[in-house]
Design a protein around this ligand. Sequence first.
Ligand code: ATP
Ligand code: LTN
Length: 328
Amino acid sequence: MIKTIFSGVQPSGNLHVGNYFGAIKQWVEMQNDYQCLFCVVDYHAITVKQDPEVLRRKIIETAKIYLASGIDPERSIIFQQSDVKEHTELAWILNCVSARMADLKKMTQFKDKAGEGQDNVSVGLFAYPVLMAADILLYNTDVVPVGDDQVQHVELCRDLGKRFNNLYGEVFKIPEVKIKKESARIMGLDDPQKKMSKSATSEWNYLGLTDEIEKAKKKIMKAVTDSGSEIIYDKANKPALANLLTIYSLASDRSIKDLEKEFIGKGYGDFKKGLAETMATFLISFQEKYSKIKDNDVKEILYSGAEKARIIAQNKIEEVRKKIGVLS
Ligand code: ATP
Ligand code: LTN
């Protein structure tokens, strides 16, 4: 039987090459072999403050990025999370019957995002991994392709699913996580110790997929580098260069070894110029596809995606409701 994959991106901030190489690119490659659901997870985005107008815009932009990347709505289901109410319904049920405070307190993303002010962030930010578990469990998902910052959340999803099954019998399929080793964690251009992130405080942290080309080149030229001048991949001693080499290799489809050879005897300046040109070519081609997609077409795709997703989700939630005793 054909296996199912489920994944999603939050419509917050500007999607960057980390999102693309870490997550979306592998979705595109998996479309031939799996039944795919790709969600724009807007109810995850509201765990932190959002401007309603900007959020509306970002939902469309995120779906456009899926399409421009090569997600095919004829083969894959693309939809908006808030359009399928079963996600929040199942999240509530899991909050009550499966999730424990102690599980959620361990989540490193929560600790990072909440920082010192844990008492003042929304309850939603704390409970966010339970909503993510609901997203995944509703669709009998086999595989969840994500970047490595989400691995802990998928593991929690597995635990919540198993705990429910132990209490009520086999209702949920327990999914596997899938990461692409070489691109699972792209680091920030301004700080190679932190992952590239769309909610970064500085725009010099990320290379946005819709960044203006000259700006993107400037970001590369300004990216921090390490001491020394040799172009070699050495993650421990040259983390900034290792990250730039990774991005170069992914954007050009060339091996890191090959790039090291090309830059023997050359310095960071030449290397960055090469990367800036390669990135420009990549972004121009991406943005050409992106700009051709019309908002109204995106809205229709999301609408019909939600109709398809809802059928699967409704079946699962009925089963769950029966098990816990709220459906006669
Ligand atoms: P935010 O900073 O708002 O949390 P984000 O940049 O981490 O956003 P998400 O929407 O949380 O992006 O992530 C979407 C997908 O992209 C997830 O699968 C995530 O693991 C992946 N991803 C995010 N950042 C990176 C990165 N720097 N490298 C590789 N994959 C990433
Ligand atoms: N939490 C994820 C986005 C997300 C997701 C999901 C990913 C929400 N639901 C289900 C995979 C499967 C993030 O912030 N990157």
